[in-house]
Write a protein that binds this ligand. Structure first.
Ligand SMILES: *Cc1c(COP(=O)(O)O)cnc(C)c1O
Length: 400
């Protein structure tokens, strides 16, 4: 990546990292992989992430909404694809007609799917094994399975999968995981007894795929690990997964302030001694959490620099340290235009999305899926080698 961004603020996604991570997840789990690309590929770009995932061997893609599934089809993806979140006003017809597997939680949803009259409609059934979110409760499961069986017999639909989702997969020793898996196995027995033979049974997200081999069944649904981020502390680094996203900006300004200067709204930080401040031109409107004020760090000129004061809508301030007289001593690395990396893979020592998550009392999922706003996102492919005299990455600008 170039030393200084040529734009105010950008998100750079290395699709080679996603491709590599998906391949590694397949190797490590020994199980077919569904790469979850919902929420614009966790902020990494829906179509670019999907393409990289397929290149890395993803047998399936997973999204939340029908719109996301249709966007993948419009973008040219033709492979197995599951979506799992519809509301009664949604028409499942176009997605079913496009060969998307639609998840049903209720008999009403199966009625709507049947009413769409799409030949070959593919449906997966979800059982709520204890997350108490989507899915049919075990008490309602036999009726759902029976409605699906009748639908399949009548040629209205085909039951292609049965699945559930864990609540505490990032805590593999919790008994709740065993209990959910026990309930899942009972639900599978009901399906079997009804004479249904779905193609895939699946339970595991990234954390369970890596930490709970017995939860892998026929397919593992990996989201966060595909982007190189840790689903649970310490799990992914030994596997060689690589964070794909870098968020960075050009410093808008640097300035010397005297001891006693207070920074940003509310004056929540005051310089104890003279220092140099750097103005980073991104803020909470760009998805930088406001709580990062006085907590997170930004990489500038070879060091992590603390965020001082509150994060504003468009900007935040970092402390570059006591650099002496700015006009004479400051070198280019620390002047306006210098690169300021909020987070990246960490190779150079810059903070990671995980570091930001910990500073902001959240999870890396929220950091990467919310960053954006007015930042320009572009994709590079570090697997594509430039001629030796011109070491640049191949780039594609996202359409506005
Ligand atoms: C988002 C999601 C996943 C992916 O979870 P990760 O922890 O990111 O691997 C898997 N399954 C379902 C149902 C999801 O909603």
């Amino acid at each position: 990546m170039e030393e200084s961004p040529s734009v105010r603020a950008e998100i750079v996604v290395d699709v080679a990292a996603i491709r590599h991570n998906v391949r590694r997840l397949g190797e490590v789990t020994g199980t077919p992989v569904m790469t979850v690309v919902k929420a614009d590929g966790y902020g990494h770009g829906l179509l670019e992430s999907a393409r990289a995932a397929r290149e890395g061997g993803a047998a399936w893609l997973g999204v939340a909404t029908l719109d996301e599934a249709l966007a993948l089809r419009a973008g040219g993806d033709t492979g197995p694809l599951l979506c799992w979140l519809t509301v009664p006003s949604d028409d499942p017809g176009p997605a079913l007609a496009a060969g998307v597997d639609v998840t049903a939680y209720t008999t009403e949803e199966l009625d709507r799917i049947a009413a769409a009259r799409v030949p070959g409609a593919r449906v997966q059934l979800k059982v709520d094994t204890g997350l108490s979110r989507g899915g049919a409760l075990p008490a309602d499961w036999p009726a759902l399975v029976e409605r699906a069986r009748r639908g399949q017999e009548a040629g209205e639909l085909t039951v292609t999968g049965v699945w559930s989702h864990l609540a505490r997969s990032d805590e593999p020793d919790e008994a709740a995981n065993d209990e959910q898996q026990r309930v899942f196995d009972e639900a599978l027995a009901v399906v079997e007894a009804a004479g249904l033979r779905p193609e895939v049974r699946h339970l595991a997200n990234s954390a369970a795929a890596l930490l709970r081999p017995q939860a892998r069944y026929d397919l593992v649904r990996c989201g966060i690990a595909s982007y190189g981020l840790d689903p649970a502390p310490g799990v992914t680094p030994p596997l060689g997964l690589r964070p794909a996203m870098t968020a960075r900006a050009s410093l808008a300004l640097t300035k010397r302030v005297e001891a006693g200067a207070s920074v940003s709204y509310g004056h929540t930080w005051t310089a104890e001694r003279a220092t140099t401040l750097g103005l980073v031109p991104v803020g909470y409107a760009d998805g930088v959490p406001r709580i990062a004020g006085n907590r997170a760090e930004v990489w500038v000129a070879g060091a992590r620099r603390p965020v001082r004061g509150r994060v504003c809508m468009d900007q935040l301030v970092v402390d570059l340290g006591d650099l002496g007289d700015l006009d004479e001593d400051l070198d280019d690395d620390l002047s306006a235009g210098a690169e300021a990396v909020l987070f990246g893979p960490g190779d150079r020592g810059e903070p990671t999305a995980q570091d930001w998550a910990e500073a902001c009392e959240t999870i890396s999922y929220e950091i990467v899926s919310r960053i954006g706003g007015r930042m320009v996102r572009r994709h590079v492919d570090s697997d594509v080698h430039a001629p030796p005299d011109k070491p640049t990455s191949s780039q594609t600008e996202d359409p506005a």
